[in-house]
Design a protein. Structure first.
Length: 249
């Protein structure tokens, strides 16, 4: 079963093709990188795949389930999570609470269980355990009670990953997961992505850091002007002179 696939996907803004007839298949597990210059359509593609934008044409699928016209929360419930270039954390609440908010299917969010408190306490304890498990995974367990907005940018990147994982998603779409962080934090994040691959997650990430792409990606997709212009294994794609010159620098 494929994690995601799209057929002849297009999206325009004011007559400009952000994505133009894109057909792709992502594997059900492993790590895929999407690269290309600014304005190539990379983030727009993720926005359409996750329901934040409606395509002008084309279709999207998760496995055999068509997701083309589903809203983001419905796609998330199918096991898809994503991060954004702007981190979208709740800065004035704790690190732990940011992760707890992401836990799916909480009884306390439904009126009758919330009023009767039937099973809510046990579920809250379970959710807290799961949230702490993912904070330990990313190395933030000692920051659990700190305010999210007071952490370093690199720590906030780790927190956004923990939030994604708390949703129990099996497909992770990450928009520039190592951009703007120091080399030690880059290495830490890449190690986490490798571990998630071992756990069977499907990871698709946009990145401009070609060293990071070379280290973890099993396949690379190159986009420009809304089109896919190359794809394949990193050793093959990234060594093409025209790719190196025009899109890697």
């Amino acid at each position: 079963m494929n994690a995601f696939r799209c057929q002849k996907l297009s999206k325009s803004f004011d007559g400009v093709h952000a994505i133009d007839g894109v057909t792709l298949e992502f594997p059900a597990s492993g790590i895929t990188a999407i690269i290309g210059p600014n304005g190539a359509g990379k983030t727009t593609l993720l926005n359409v795949l996750t329901g934040f934008l409606r395509p002008k044409a084309g279709r999207c699928f998760l496995g055999e389930r068509e997701t083309t016209h589903l809203p983001p929360h419905r796609i998330a419930r199918l096991g898809v999570a994503r991060t954004f270039q702007d981190l979208r954390l709740i800065g004035q609440v704790s690190v732990l609470d940011n992760v707890l908010v992401a836990r799916p299917h909480q009884r306390g969010e439904r009126l009758l269980p919330a009023l009767l408190r039937f099973g809510v306490a046990d579920e809250e304890a379970c959710n807290r355990d799961e949230a702490m498990r993912w904070l330990r995974f990313v190395g933030l367990e000692k920051k659990a009670e700190d305010l999210a907005g007071e952490m370093s940018y690199g720590q906030q990147k780790l927190l956004t990953l923990a939030v994604c994982l708390a949703t129990e998603a099996r497909v992770l779409l990450l928009d520039e997961p190592v951009a703007g962080v120091h080399p030690e934090m880059v290495s830490r994040i890449l190690c986490l992505l490798r571990e998630l691959k071992k756990q069977g997650k499907a990871i698709v990430f946009i990145e401009h850091d070609m060293a990071a792409v070379r280290q973890v990606a099993e396949s690379v997709i190159v986009m420009d002007e809304g089109k896919v212009i190359a794809q394949g294994q990193p050793a093959e794609v990234l060594e093409r002179p025209e790719i190196m010159e025009a899109y890697v620098g």
